[in-house]
Design a protein around this ligand. Structure first.
Ligand SMILES: *Cc1c(COP(=O)(O)O)cnc(C)c1O
Length: 348
């Protein structure tokens, strides 16, 4: 792969901002270089622009060297930076496989980058032949979301590898839901495929959607491009502290994960007993996609009961579908109680 040929020329030649703290190399005791307030609050200093302490911890857990990690203000920042690094506005495009996560298109629209959509097959798998027929030099970035949102399934691993080896641009595998599946992460394929970028997040299994922290794993060369383009202090100190604390409390993460997976099974069993539920799609994520008789009516009914699910019934290949996040046991019980009362409520 010729990385330079994929990167926008202005980004390739960019001289990045050099912050006070990154210019100084060595050890010091008195910091009069960054115009900070000298009085200690725990937050009066600028944070480490490259978050090394946090990356060391993530590297150990994810088995990926720290130089191969980028941290963003949510995965959404990584998606946005990928667009800005590789796609020339008005000229290049990205490839997405709908139905999938909406941010790929929004980021592309913001950057004035067009989106080539290649729908998933009926069983929600990538259409490999159709994807590889895009032999366009301007197709710079392809997004594979596995497990996919909103369909919940993993993509076939051989299909993904074929795409990684044949697609002539960057292949991004968005693994926001990787914690909820038995499938191994594609991070183990990084050495084999230099065009691969794997995204993960603290927003789902780690219970930290509020701190906005996403991870990108890729070759050192691609990570260097992220670091060149990112705002100098994109991960604030509070976020770095909270993430370190969570990573040092693995038992809490394990316990939540076990509880969510058990609740997922429970919900699947209970939902399958309802006659207006036509189909429950198999899931490798922390949500269930279900096809029901009248999705709009059921959605509105649940809103009246102050229960919000995601109505995906207008989305390609998702006719009749609602997406339900697995909640706490008492929340899922409340949902099931209301669903049990649903048809009779309508008849009354
Ligand atoms: C929830 C989700 C994310 C997470 O985005 P953050 O910005 O890290 O919160 C990323 N990708 C997909 C497919 C998601 O569903």
């Amino acid at each position: 792969m010729n990385l330079e040929a994929l990167v926008r020329p202005n980004i390739w030649s960019l001289q990045p901002y050099s912050s006070a703290r990154s210019e100084f190399k060595g050890s010091a005791e008195v910091f009069l270089d960054a115009n900070e307030n000298p009085f200690e609050t725990g937050l009066n200093r600028y944070p480490d622009p490259l978050q090394w302490k946090l990356k060391e911890k993530i590297a150990a857990i994810k088995q990926v060297p720290k130089e191969h990690i980028f941290l963003g203000n949510g995965s959404d920042e990584a998606i946005d930076l990928l667009l800005r690094i590789f796609c020339e506005p008005g000229i290049d495009h990205i490839v997405t496989l709908p139905p999938t996560y909406g941010m790929y298109r929004v980021s592309a629209d913001i950057c004035n980058v067009s989106v080539k959509e290649i729908p998933l097959t009926q069983n929600f798998q990538p259409d490999v032949d159709a994807i590889l027929s895009v032999k366009h030099p301007n197709a710079k970035v392809l997004f594979l979301c596995s497990p996919n949102n909103p369909t919940g399934n993993n993509f076939d691993l051989d299909a993904m590898k074929t795409i990684m080896s044949e697609f002539e641009g960057i292949v991004v595998v968005d693994e926001a839901y990787i914690d909820f599946t038995e499938r191994l992460s594609c991070t183990q394929l990084l050495e084999e495929f230099p065009n691969l970028v794997v995204l993960q997040t603290f927003s789902k299994a780690w219970g930290l959607a509020g701190i906005r922290l996403g991870m990108a794993f890729a070759s050192k060369e691609i990570i260097d491009l992220f670091n060149k383009v990112k705002p100098p202090y994109n991960i604030n100190q509070l976020t770095q502290n909270a993430a370190l604390e969570a990573l040092n409390n693995a038992p809490q993460y394990e316990a939540w994960l076990a509880a969510i997976l058990e609740q997922r099974n429970c919900l699947q069993t209970e939902l399958s007993k309802l006659d207006f539920v036509q189909y429950i799609y198999p899931t490798d994520a922390n949500f269930l996609l279900i096809r029901v008789d009248d999705p709009d009516d059921l959605y509105q009914y649940l809103v009246q009961q102050k229960i919000i699910v995601r109505n995906r019934s207008k989305v390609l290949l998702c006719d009749g579908c609602l997406r339900i996040t697995v909640g706490k046991p008492e929340e899922d019980q409340r949902l099931m109680n209301q669903l049990a009362a649903y048809p009779s409520t309508v008849l009354n």
